[in-house]
Design a protein around this ligand. Structure first.
Ligand SMILES: Cc1cc2nc3c(=O)[nH]c(=O)nc-3n(C[C@H](O)[C@H](O)[C@H](O)COP(=O)(O)OP(=O)(O)OC[C@H]3O[C@@H](n4cnc5c(N)ncnc54)[C@H](O)[C@@H]3O)c2cc1C
Ligand code: SF4
Length: 471
């Protein structure tokens, strides 16, 4: 592998603060992209296309890169996924497209994500536009929440001629792509350029507009022909342990958000940080803390390494950044008078599997100890339902484990006018940007069919076209 393909070698003492937050992977050069594209076998019935939740025609976009048609490659990607630039950076490719690549078994998989980013960067740098707003069909749709699910649905509907208004409660659109994904994986600008792409299709994105506060839901349901709900998840729940409200105790998402909206040298952080939880959000907080300059960052998790929810490659990444892990450890109190001074924990053992199938942690008697620290970050998962979900019950919208229940084929709820997608419907399994994008596409096609009585021309991009000839 050429040196350039690899992530920048992380030597904090050699880099400025800004340099530590540059994109982790450098872009591929033209030569590297061509060489990599030419390794592709352009499989007939390509398994990578099935594994990609948005079913991008991967062999075709890679073939186009190999023949120098990068513009055509970008178009192929965007036809199936309007957020192709974000997905190329944030998709867990080892679990998805690259994990399915036939070359994985013998050698190493094609770098599908990085090639996709190459084509998307080319389109962005050259300000290329591929799609137009569709001819008006006289119908209007409201989208609640301008994250990946909402933007995908809004953009696809605009292409089909719907008048779409997207309501977003935050000052900037883009959802977690803008506010939640670590900046060295996705710069804010990439997410905002996708918002612009959707706006250029004629979608009206109204920020600082919270449905339920600035506008009531009834107005949307009455005034629009359909409503797509894509509000994501709720806030991180309280842990209900003493000391949780001390200064120096932070919500993991707020910590990440600071690095996306503030100047890096204005962010406050501790020298010795304890992070509670060992999921991907916790890992992101830990690596950010290290790159900001925290001397010791310890992730505290009540189960063992085998049960930790973070992806394996994220875990390896954190280890490489000098993050420590304390497994089988349960925090029971945050110690301190006016500020955080330590995290009181108890050792755990693993018992029988619980309802989730993972072995249940059981406290070891008399094993309490204090982990000294000056900051605690809670990264225990956003499993508090979004407030919007409760408001939907008056329309007969049902829930499944606290998430909105929808029909899988159409993303329609029990109310004929209300559709939903993204994290707010994901009652099981991993939630990801690319799955939210696909939900938005499916809902847009279903709304088209319901309101206009005909199949959407975009429906062909909903499923993998397994016998597609490579153009
Ligand atoms: C820290 C973190 C890191 C992640 N990293 C990755 C990753 O590397 N790769 C990956 O694929 N996925 C990652 N994810 C998951 C991914 O970000 C989500 O699955 C994806 O953003 C879901 O999209 P969504 O549109 O459903 O929700 P969101 O992105 O949450 O967007 C929902 C939007 O709705 C708005 N909203 C909420 N309520 C209202 C209301 N009442 N009125 C108006 N607007 C409202 C919100 O402000 C938000 O903008 C990560 C998640 C987190 C938390
Ligand atoms: S969208 Fe994600 S999963 Fe699909 S091909 Fe691109 S990087 Fe792979």
């Amino acid at each position: 592998m050429a040196e350039h393909y690899k992530p920048q070698k992380y030597k904090a003492w050699e880099l400025t603060l800004e340099e530590r937050f540059q994109e982790y992977y450098p872009p591929l050069s033209e030569r590297e992209a061509t060489v990599e594209a030419n390794r592709c076998l352009f499989c007939f019935d390509a398994p990578c296309m099935v594994a990609c939740p948005t079913h991008i025609d991967i062999p075709t976009f890679i073939r186009k890169i190999s023949t120098g048609n990068v513009k055509g490659s970008a178009k192929t990607i965007l036809e199936s996924n309007l957020l192709g630039a974000t997905c190329s950076r944030v998709c867990p490719v080892e679990e998805l497209c690259e994990g399915a690549c036939v070359l994985k078994a013998e050698h190493k998989p094609i770098m599908i994500g990085r090639l996709q980013r190459y084509a998307m960067d080319y389109a962005s740098e050259n300000n290329l536009k591929f799609f137009e707003k569709g001819k008006s069909n006289g119908k209007k749709v409201a989208v609640i929440g301008a994250g990946p699910a909402g933007l995908s649905c809004a953009g696809e509907l605009a292409k089909l001629g719907f008048a779409v208004t997207c309501f977003e409660k935050k000052p900037m659109a883009g959802g977690l792509d803008t506010y939640g994904i670590v900046v060295f994986r996705e710069p804010v600008q990439v997410s905002l350029s996708e918002v612009k792409l959707v706006e250029d299709l004629g979608v009206s994105v109204k920020t600082n507009m919270e449905i339920g506060k600035d506008i009531i839901l009834d107005n949307l349901v009455n005034e629009y022909d359909a409503v797509f709900v894509s509000v994501g998840l709720g806030n991180v729940p309280d842990m209900k342990i003493p000391g949780e409200n001390l200064p120096g105790v932070l919500d993991g998402l707020d910590f990440i958000e600071e690095t996306k909206v503030k100047k890096l040298n204005e962010i406050k952080f501790g020298d010795r940080i304890s992070i509670i939880g060992a999921g991907n959000t916790g890992i992101d907080c830990a690596t950010i803390a290290r790159r900001l300059g925290a001397k010791r960052v310890t992730m505290v998790y009540r189960r063992s390494e085998a049960e930790m929810p973070a992806y394996h490659f994220e875990y390896q990444f954190a280890l490489g950044e000098g993050v420590s892990f304390m497994f089988l450890t349960q925090p029971i109190e945050i110690i301190g008078d006016k500020k955080v001074e330590g995290l009181k924990c108890i050792r755990m053992d693993l018992g029988e599997p619980d309802a989730s199938g993972r072995r249940m942690p059981i406290a070891v008697p008399d094993s309490e100890f204090i982990l000294p620290c000056d900051m605690v970050i809670k990264a225990i998962g956003q499993n508090k339902p979004n407030e919007m979900i409760a408001a939907l019950s008056k329309y007969g919208v049902e829930t499944r484990k606290g998430y909105i229940a929808v029909d899988d084929e159409t993303k329609r709820t029990k109310h004929a006018k209300i559709f939903a997608g993204g994290d707010c419907i994901r009652s099981h399994g991993e939630a990801s940007t690319v799955m939210a994008v696909q939900d938005g596409k499916i809902a847009a096609a279903a709304i088209h069919k319901q309101l206009l009585g005909t199949a959407s021309p975009n429906e062909k991009h909903l499923e993998p076209v397994l016998t597609a000839p490579v153009k």
